[in-house]
Design a protein around this ligand. Structure first.
Ligand code: HEC
Length: 114
């Protein structure tokens, strides 16, 4: 008991634990520059195979920033991860992590081709 009390009141330990927690959270969110390049290629090649190589639409709807103006990034993320039921849009969960799908949603809204 006395040991616990001493342990909890050591500020340096608390700071160390805080840093550990922060770095764990950061690594779950941050994508490496190389992964971003891979995702950019995936958007143009894999998504582009249905949505058009320039994302102007094909079998799938157009995915340029102006086409997604009224669609929230969180909705796009949801569609990427879960697909569209009864439509050819496949779910990407398992191939893409939540962070990666979120990154793609924001990249589409920002315009990846520029
Ligand atoms: C096999 C073909 C196919 C592939 C591959 C595909 N999609 Fe789709 N996607 C579709 C179709 C078809 C729709 C339209 C569904 C509908 O009519 O509502 C769609 C719809 C969407 C929508 C909703 C658009 C809107 O305006 O609501 C988004 C966002 C989307 N796809 C993103 C992606 C992304 C990102 C990828 C790559 C990771 C991808 N799609 C890969 C066929 C595909």
């Amino acid at each position: 008991m006395r040991f616990c009390k001493t342990l909890l009141h050591r500020p340096r330990l608390e700071v160390a634990m805080l840093f550990l927690l922060m770095s764990t959270l950061a690594s779950a969110e941050e994508l490496t520059p190389q992964r971003k390049v891979e995702l950019q290629n995936l958007i143009l090649q894999d998504c582009g195979s249905c949505h058009g190589m320039t994302l102007k639409g094909g079998l799938g709807s157009a995915l340029r920033p102006e086409d997604l103006d009224g669609v929230a990034a969180s909705t796009i993320t949801h569609i990427i991860l879960n697909g569209v039921p009864d439509k050819p849009m496949p779910p990407w969960r398992g191939l893409l992590s939540d962070s990666e799908a979120t990154w793609i949603a924001h990249a589409l809204k920002a315009g990846v081709l520029k």
